[in-house]
Design a binder for this molecule. Structure first.
Ligand SMILES: Cc1cc2nc3c(=O)[nH]c(=O)nc-3n(C[C@H](O)[C@H](O)[C@H](O)COP(=O)(O)O)c2cc1C
Length: 648
């Protein structure tokens, strides 16, 4: 077989271990961490999914090495924690049995300890430790680690590595990036010590070197050690790439794979987890530069999801391994699809931060495009139906498409009817916004998958009750979506007004001076896009806050982008009339004209209930999913579509 991506598919030897390909699963925290901080079957299923999907290595994160000074509610591999050895063994085994190399990230978050702790009482009571005493950015005092404590922590890295090896892990990753403890020692921002661990670069790397020596002594020669570092910290007072290169040079003799990430906890998620406003592969240059100066294999990470780009990275020698986190949540089978030349059916990550936000809010995981994430045990295996049924899916948006795909995978005969001439529902409009283009691509990919699975797709077909009854389906899944909310404001039906969902058809009509009416997520995003296009944009919102419906990780990055792109913001402005000159608003009891010759309306969506109600008796089994139940997110539509199809 001729592989389309030969470099990505090529095995690599690191230490004494051969990895089946160059696509590694970067560390991602599990889906739930029980009281005792062992891994547990739920998180094991989370990691196993990526091993089944064909990754060369799957890294379990974050294993805390020194609970005494760390406190984070993370995994503990510690003989004092009853059951932790067994649980780590089951996880390593679950990864290994699918041909992936199990690795575990050894971690200490130093002054950021407790970041992910939910118990606020415990959070308040704990002590934070770092290389130097000081006050954390949020006012929390940080204590300086004594030499005795440093020695204890260094030893703990070794002890944990030895236990990981005993549990069946075949590689360990030392987390030396993103502002965690090892990085705090490397960084001139955090490390103000005057002893042998501070000052010169040679002194600042000493802690990392001692940690690596301790791990090496524990695991023996040939056992691969991966070191994760930030190629540059990207904040004032932190180190830049030049120093990143020197750090790499000082560590390479102790490391088998140098994993070059970027940024720091202090810089926010936008750099460490590149947002949709950044180029794909925006951090690759860091790995490429470091690779020029070291002679060990180098891995790159950050916003990678396109096999063509990743193939080029390896082929051109910028890195030896590509690592992905979010791309393998969106599609755990990405490596398998690359190996089998099925790149057209890869579901790409949208970089919407749903995965990270869900952890912050509910301590679980979710993915907007993959209904299995965080529910791998309950929804992981799609069981074939004992008696295949005829299923009619009404609506070709993301929810309807997912329902059709899952139903077809179960062996049902599936017909999907879409009222318009194109699949994709609300995602169709995203093609006109470059930073959201992958949302549009999602619709295309789901459509391809549905067709490949034999779903019969009927475009330009509006399903009435009679139509559905004539089809005589056993099950009808209603996924007819939502429509724009248009409040009765005089002038809102004018020809200078464009609904945000229609923007892709009418973008050539948009003038250079625009009012965006509605400052929720979609209003904010279109405003940023129009500003990127060089237009003068006035963003009008009724409440005092922008993008209230954005998730907690996405919102701060979007707000920064609004500021950066020069969008003029009018909060607490209520639109009362649309004119040719702009939108007349009520603000603090006065009338104010917000100027603009085009008005983009982004005032929210409402479910298409009339269409739903018409179909409620159309078959013995009827399910309603997605926006037609309650205008919500892609995440909900896809999740509900998948489950409705499992329920048929
Ligand atoms: C859900 C999630 C959990 C993560 N957890 C960890 C972690 O525990 N340790 C770590 O070093 N990095 C963690 N990361 C960061 C990733 O390893 C990776 O560096 C980052 O997401 C950028 O890669 P990507 O663009 O492919 O997602 C996490 C990322 C995600 C999306």
């Amino acid at each position: 077989m001729k592989r389309k991506f030969p470099n990505l598919c090529k095995p690599i030897q690191i230490g004494n271990v051969i990895f089946r390909n160059r696509m590694f699963s970067a560390p991602m925290g599990g889906t739930d961490i029980p009281e005792d901080c062992t891994i547990g079957p739920k998180s094991t299923a989370f990691y196993e999914l990526r091993a089944k999907g064909g990754a060369g290595a799957v890294t379990v994160s974050e294993c805390v090495v020194h609970p005494k000074t760390e406190h984070s509610h993370m995994y503990h591999l510690d003989t004092k924690v009853l059951g932790s050895m067994a649980s780590f063994t089951y996880t390593a085994d679950a990864i290994r049995r699918h041909g992936a190399i199990p690795s575990v990230e050894l971690s200490h978050s130093g002054q950021f300890s407790g970041t992910y702790l939910i118990d606020t009482k415990e959070k308040k009571e704990m002590e934070q430790w770092g290389p130097s005493a000081g006050v954390r950015y949020d006012g929390v005092p940080v204590r300086e680690l004594t030499e005795e404590l440093i020695k204890e922590i260094v030893e703990a890295y070794g002890t944990t590595a030895a236990l990981a090896k005993r549990a069946g892990f075949e590689m360990v990753m030392v987390h030396g990036g993103h502002g965690w403890l090892v990085n705090q020692f490397l960084s001139p921002h955090y490390n103000k010590r005057t002893d042998k661990y501070g000052g010169s670069l040679e002194n600042r790397v000493r802690f990392a070197q001692e940690v690596l020596d301790s791990v090496r002594a524990a695991v023996g020669p040939g056992f691969p050690i991966e070191f994760r570092m930030s190629g540059a910290e990207f904040f004032e007072g932190g180190y830049g790439l030049e120093e990143g290169v020197e750090i790499a040079k000082l560590l390479e003799s102790r490391v088998d794979l140098l994993h070059v990430s970027a940024g720091s906890y202090l810089t926010g998620f936008d750099i460490t987890h590149p947002s949709m406003f950044r180029e794909h592969g925006c951090n690759v240059y860091l790995a490429a530069e470091i690779k020029k100066h070291v002679s060990i294999p180098v891995a790159t990470v950050g916003g990678l999801n396109d096999p063509y780009m990743m193939e080029e990275i390896i082929a051109s020698g910028k890195a030896d391994v590509v690592e992905m986190a979010r791309a393998l949540l969106a599609d755990p089978e990405l490596p398998r699809k690359v190996m089998s030349n099925r790149d057209g059916s890869i579901v790409k990550c949208l970089r919407c931060y749903t995965c990270l936000a869900e952890r912050a809010v509910t301590t679980t995981r979710r993915c907007s495009v993959n209904p299995l994430i965080g529910r791998e045990q309950e929804a992981g295996d799609i069981v074939p139906a004992v008696v295949p049924k005829k299923v009619l899916v009404v609506g070709g948006g993301p929810g309807g498409l997912q329902a059709a795909i899952t139903a077809a995978k179960r062996g049902h005969k599936v017909i999907l009817c879409e009222a318009t001439d194109e699949l994709g529902g609300i995602l169709k409009g995203e093609r006109a916004i470059p930073f959201k283009y992958e949302m549009y691509e999602l619709a295309v990919t789901l459509g391809t998958q549905a067709r490949e699975l034999g779903v019969e797709i009927r475009l330009n077909t509006r399903v009435t009750k009679e139509y559905a009854e004539q089809e005589n389906a056993d099950a009808v899944i209603i996924a007819v979506g939502s429509e724009p909310m248009v409040p009765p404001i005089p002038g809102i039906d004018g020809d200078n007004v464009i609904q945000v969902t229609e923007y892709h058809h009418k973008k050539d009509e948009v003038t250079d001076n625009v009012v965006v009416l509605g400052a929720g997520l979609s209003g904010c995003e279109i405003a940023v896009h129009l500003a990127h296009e060089g237009k003068t944009v006035h963003l009008v919102g009724r409440s005092g806050e922008l993008a209230k419906n954005a998730n907690v990780r996405q919102r701060p990055i979007l707000l920064k982008e609004i500021e950066k792109s020069g969008v003029k913001v009018y909060t607490n402005h209520k639109g009362i009339r649309v004119t040719k000159e702009g939108v007349l608003c009520e603000h603090e009891g006065k009338e104010v004209l917000v100027p603009g010759t085009t008005v983009i309306c982004a005032l929210g969506q409402r479910p298409r209930r009339k269409e739903v109600e018409e179909l409620l008796d159309a078959a013995p089994f009827v399910a309603q999913i997605g926006d037609c139940v309650k205008a919500s997110t892609n995440t909900d539509a896809i999740y509900q579509g998948h489950h409705a199809a499992l329920d048929v």
